[in-house]
Design a protein around this ligand. Structure first.
Ligand code: ZN
Length: 249
């Protein structure tokens, strides 16, 4: 299994990162993709990937909120991505955050387009965050001819899931599906386009532990297998294959 999206650089993991990664490996999670959010996060996730080579993979990106609040970081992140293009496996996370910052939608759209062009330039997948903005995200991805696309924390409709699959995007489901979410959406995505993620430290599927971690991916894989009438082994293997193809791991 591969966790296609976990923020191991979060300060929530400062204390016990190695233990968390060991628990993931023991649970059968053999790879973890770490998207970047802030400028500092870009450096930190590269450091972590170097510490856990072959297990943790770094991305270069800028959360849409930071991209609006700290405009100078956009070019700095682009430079960082170009400089480290051999080591990073994706451009993300980037995208649209209409829920918390609806007033800056237009500026966010421009920033998102910038990062899609960067991903195309580097031949990397763009890892898309789209909250309350799936329609606009799909439109911008099409306009910018995004070549390799991972829709992170997919929360779109069944129609949007079908459209994403039609375009050859990878659709990533997060651990929130263990306790909520329309399971019918999962059925719209064939196993060969599906990714799984925890979005750690967020979206914990466990009531007893508010901090999420990659080992909990097992719970999501079980949930998806049940929704599809498949087995956890089949879902785990297919999504791992897809992650290796999407991020060229
Ligand atoms: Zn994220």
């Amino acid at each position: 299994m591969i966790d296609s999206h976990a923020h191991l650089d979060s300060k929530d993991f400062n204390r016990d990162l190695k233990v968390v990664i060991d628990r993931a490996l023991t649970a059968g999670v053999g790879g973890i993709v770490n998207p970047a959010t802030s400028l500092n996060s870009n450096k930190k996730c590269l450091e972590i990937a170097r510490m856990f080579r072959g297990v943790v993979f770094a991305c270069a990106g800028l959360d849409p909120v930071y991209a609006v609040k700290e405009k100078s970081w956009i070019e700095e992140v682009a430079d960082h991505a170009r400089r480290n293009r051999k080591e990073i496996v994706g451009v993300g996370e980037v995208g649209l955050e209409y829920k918390w910052m609806p007033s800056s939608a237009e500026e966010q759209n421009e920033n998102f387009a910038f990062f899609i062009r960067l991903a195309n330039e580097l031949g990397k997948p763009v890892i898309v965050h789209a909250r309350n903005a799936m329609t606009e995200a799909l439109e911008i991805l099409e306009n910018e001819n995004a070549e390799r696309v991972v829709l992170h924390y997919f929360s779109g409709s069944r129609t949007q899931a079908r459209e994403a699959v039609r375009r050859g995007y990878w659709v990533s489901f997060a651990t929130n599906y263990c306790f909520m979410g329309d399971k019918k959406v999962i059925k719209e995505v064939p196993l060969d386009r599906m990714l799984v993620e925890t979005d750690s430290p967020y979206s914990s599927p466990r009531k007893d532990e508010p901090r999420n971690e990659p080992a909990n991916l097992v719970m999501l894989v079980n949930t998806i297998a049940k929704a599809l009438g498949s087995t956890p082994e089949e879902v785990g293997e297919a999504t791992e294959r897809n992650a290796r193809e999407a991020f060229r791991l």
